[in-house]
Design a protein around this ligand. Sequence first.
Ligand SMILES: C[S@@+](CC[C@H](N)C(=O)[O-])C[C@H]1O[C@@H](n2cnc3c(N)ncnc32)[C@H](O)[C@@H]1O
Length: 277
Amino acid sequence: MSSYEDYTATSAHYDATRVPIGTEIILGCLARGPRPLSEQVLVDAGCGTGNYSRALLDHVAHIAAVDMNDAMLGVARAKMEEAEVAGRIGFHRAAIDCLPMDSISADAVMINQVLHHLPDDASKGYPLMRKVIGEFARVLRPGGVLVVNFCSHEQLRRGWWFFPLIEATAERMIERHAPLLELESMIVASGFDLCGRFVPTDAVMQGHSYYDPRGPLDATWRAGDSVWAMLSAAELEQVQKRVRDMDARGELENFVADHDAERVHVGQATFLCARRR
Ligand SMILES: C[S@@+](CC[C@H](N)C(=O)[O-])C[C@H]1O[C@@H](n2cnc3c(N)ncnc32)[C@H](O)[C@@H]1O
């Protein structure tokens, strides 16, 4: 379960804007796995509404889709009923630090935009993140591939036009993300060799709706990025007033363009690829 976002409520709106970016990168990583792609068992850790599972379903033999939130899992299941009946995907309500699968049973694990939801402690070196990565090491076969899709601090600072609107909250969000090098060293310490870092600089997580300058005024739009769940009601009200004021002055579109300019250089997400030793 996320430690700050109410995914039971969000499940109804998540797919209104959210798209699975970087699936071509994930496929490229999985292709380094111990078996041909079409024979692989893939774990989707924190599958949410199943967007990544659905994108990869036709490429692998089986997906074990795991999430702690019933409502998110329900949306995922509804999308892939036929595949579930055919045994090509299984849905599991479970925590990703205690996966419902045998040791050395999976060929690949992907975790897309989940690690920052753990109720972790940055000052103690993110012990829960370490535990989760250790769990991935347990279920993977030797040579099995781990793909971690997360945001670097630089991406969080420069990759969203609206983060400058919510600077204090953005800093709290940044703390939830382990620095890139620290995350890589956790992965290595858990028994993996790093294979590469990849950034889809042309992709945005909320698809075309990301560019909507009035998005912050709309609850459905805000459900597409959990950073909004970290704002108090008073903070949100302040941001919305600023958006309305800029709109009234005819400055809103320029604000988006100006603050989106660096995103094309840094992207919004980094994909780390590693192989189980
Ligand atoms: C931002 S969503 C990402 C969903 C999906 N991976 C995607 O990229 O579209 C985060 C998901 O992680 C799940 N989650 C958070 N912490 C979890 C945990 N400890 N165990 C299992 N699922 C967790 C939440 O319920 C939510 O569905």
